[in-house]
Unconditional design. Structure first.
Length: 281
């Protein structure tokens, strides 16, 4: 293995930030991909086409089947795949790519809120108990790769938002496919997560991931947020957000982070209700 070190020539924070951005762009070129995408929660035929038409008109480049939309990546159902293919084909006719959301590791284990991938593939504690996360060095990663390849190959999906990637937990199982036991579980799961992202890049898939796997192919991560902030009065939210942007951009290459704003919601800081300025929502 080798380590690449960035040596700064100044104590100036802005110059250091620019240097980090340049070396990231050079070593992880996927971070320079910067499509403007829209998280869609209404993916009915009418809702999807309405969103695509509006996105095309104002200049969006990608639609994401969002969390809460009912989108299912982990399926081989022919009728569902045909439906998604039809929607992706319509979007591409308007010059828009389509991606989808999937929770892949966090809380995908025993009792996890994301749905159990199977007790044989979940994280095992040192006491033998089954944990809430999936083990990403188990057979689950192989099954997930197969599902992803089939889905993308049959629908033309161009992006994945992989929420809950492997985050550093241990696994004491001694019969998982890709690690021997507790001692190598962190290393092997990190390795398998990186290999998974490399695999997606080989399929020409844009990756939005809430982690730092940029050198394995990840393109974007969230800037960070506090959901309690959404209930603040709008101008307080804007002020805090601007301060956050300043701090984040000082230490993080700009191209590899993304942020969002709410066009419609029940929160106080909703940008503006679409019903106030649009005949169709």
């Amino acid at each position: 293995s080798r380590v690449l070190s960035l040596v700064h020539d100044s104590y100036d924070l802005e110059r250091q930030s620019l240097a980090r951005a340049r070396v990231t762009e050079m070593l992880a070129p996927a971070t320079t991909e910067n499509p403007i995408f829209f998280h869609a929660t209404d993916i009915s035929e009418n809702g999807f086409k309405t969103a695509i038409d509006q996105m095309s008109e104002v200049g969006f480049e990608m639609l994401v089947y969002s969390f809460g939309s009912g989108f299912v990546l982990e399926t081989a159902d022919p009728s569902y795949l045909a439906k998604i293919l039809g929607q992706v084909t319509y979007a591409k006719s308007k010059g828009i790519e389509v991606g989808g959301y999937d929770l892949i590791c966090l809380d995908r284990g025993h009792g996890g809120y994301g749905g159990n991938v199977g007790d044989e593939w979940v994280t095992v504690g040192t006491d033998g108990s089954l944990k809430a996360d999936a083990c990403f060095a188990s057979g689950w990663v192989d099954k997930l790769k197969g599902l992803v390849y089939s889905f993308i190959n049959k629908t033309g999906l161009a992006m994945l938002e992989t929420d809950g990637p492997y985050g550093g937990g241990t696994c004491a199982s001694k019969n998982h496919s890709h690690h021997s036991g507790l001692e190598d579980s962190v290393y092997r799961q990190t390795q398998q997560q990186a290999e998974f992202y490399k695999y997606l890049r080989s399929l020409n898939v844009f990756i939005n991931q809430p982690d730092n796997f940029f050198f394995a192919g990840g393109s974007k991560t969230a800037m960070g947020y506090d959901e309690n902030q959404y209930s603040l009065p709008r101008w307080e939210d804007l002020m805090i957000s601007r301060q956050g942007c300043m701090m984040i951009f000082m230490f993080t290459p700009l191209l590899r982070v993304g942020c969002s704003f709410r066009l419609s919601s029940t929160m106080v800081v909703e940008l503006r209700q679409l019903s106030h300025h649009s005949k169709t929502t």
